[in-house]
Design a binder for this molecule. Structure first.
Ligand code: SF4
Length: 64
């Protein structure tokens, strides 16, 4: 996954350990949240979030 191809590149979720990406057969990518007690999906882009935990950058095809 190329980070430049992710939707809402300004979203705080892309830098959060709780983010999970889900794709569908049409190539859409959805930004999901796995933080305890929060919803699985929020309207994007997220600018502020009290549950945000800094995490690694999104995995790319070059990461292994
Ligand atoms: S905890 Fe907040 S910033 Fe992190 S993925 Fe969930 S909604 Fe996004």
């Amino acid at each position: 996954m190329d980070p430049a191809d992710l939707p809402f590149p300004a979203s705080l979720c892309h830098r959060c350990a709780f983010v999970r990406y889900n794709g569908n057969k049409r190539g859409s990518i959805f930004i999901g949240c796995t933080a305890p007690g929060l919803a699985k999906y929020y309207p994007q882009p997220i600018g502020r979030c009290g549950a945000m935990q800094p995490g690694p950058p999104p995995q790319t095809d070059n990461n292994s």
